[in-house]
Design a protein around this ligand. Structure first.
Ligand code: MN
Length: 231
């Protein structure tokens, strides 16, 4: 078994035991052999005024749904058909013949993780356990926020800024386009979508304002904490 597969299996087993609700949410619920669109964890207008219902309506109803529809189309008749979403992502990563399967499967996962990374009751200060882990990795909450803003605004073109666990230490990383930490043996903890479709209707070209609004008002620290506990 390759190291990456081993890591994925280990993470999978741990997550299934520790947090079944989040796990099923992260995978996208599966009906028969198809990947299905998970429900939004809140109403479309719940993140206003920071993210409008119009943005969520398009982003969830068109973009996220579009990735679900496409991964089902592209996996049909391949060895990826019927695979759990995360296994499909890990096994198609880096395979040029199946880049459409990888891109759409990863985007399904990334978007589900993004919706869960936000909450109408989000923002504020992190719980103690999370704060300690952030202090340990970054030297304080302000240094973490600066690193996260730099990752989000510094990602050229489309992509994502993540808080991840590398082994047991928190780290901020950016990924381009559909790329995702689980393809690199990293455990995702929290994410912001910095594709223009995530913020353009509300913030136009001001990506930094969107990332700051996310950190101050939307970040779901309870989700972060759950992902750390389940490590
Ligand atoms: Mn998106």
């Amino acid at each position: 078994m390759k190291r990456r597969e081993f890591l994925s299996c280990a993470i999978t087993a741990g997550a299934i035991m520790m947090m079944p609700a989040i796990w099923s949410g992260c995978q996208g619920s599966r009906k028969g052999k198809d990947i299905t669109l998970p429900n939004l964890p809140y109403p479309e207008d719940a993140l206003e005024p920071y993210i409008s219902s119009r943005t969520i309506g398009f982003h969830y109803g068109k973009h996220h749904k579009g990735y679900v529809d496409k991964v089902n189309r592209f996996m049909k008749g391949t060895r990826f058909s019927g695979m759990p979403l995360e296994e499909m992502i890990v096994k198609s990563a880096g395979n040029a013949d199946f880049s459409s399967v990888f891109n759409n499967a990863a985007q399904v996962f990334n978007h589900t993780f993004y919706w869960n990374s936000m909450s109408p009751d989000g923002g504020g200060t992190p719980p103690q356990t999370v704060a300690e882990k952030i202090d340990d990795a970054f030297g304080g909450i302000d240094a973490f926020k600066k690193a996260f803003i730099n990752a989000g605004t510094g990602q050229f073109g489309s992509g994502w800024a993540w808080l991840v666990l590398r082994e047991d230490k928190l780290e901020v990383v950016a990924t381009a386009n559909a790329d995702t930490p689980i393809a690199h043996g990293l455990k995702p903890v929290m994410v912001i979508d910095v594709w223009e479709h995530a913020y353009y209707l509300d913030y136009q070209n001001k990506r930094k304002d969107y990332v700051e609004a996310f950190l101050e008002n939307l970040i779901n620290w309870a989700f972060v904490e759950k992902n750390l506990v389940a490590m």
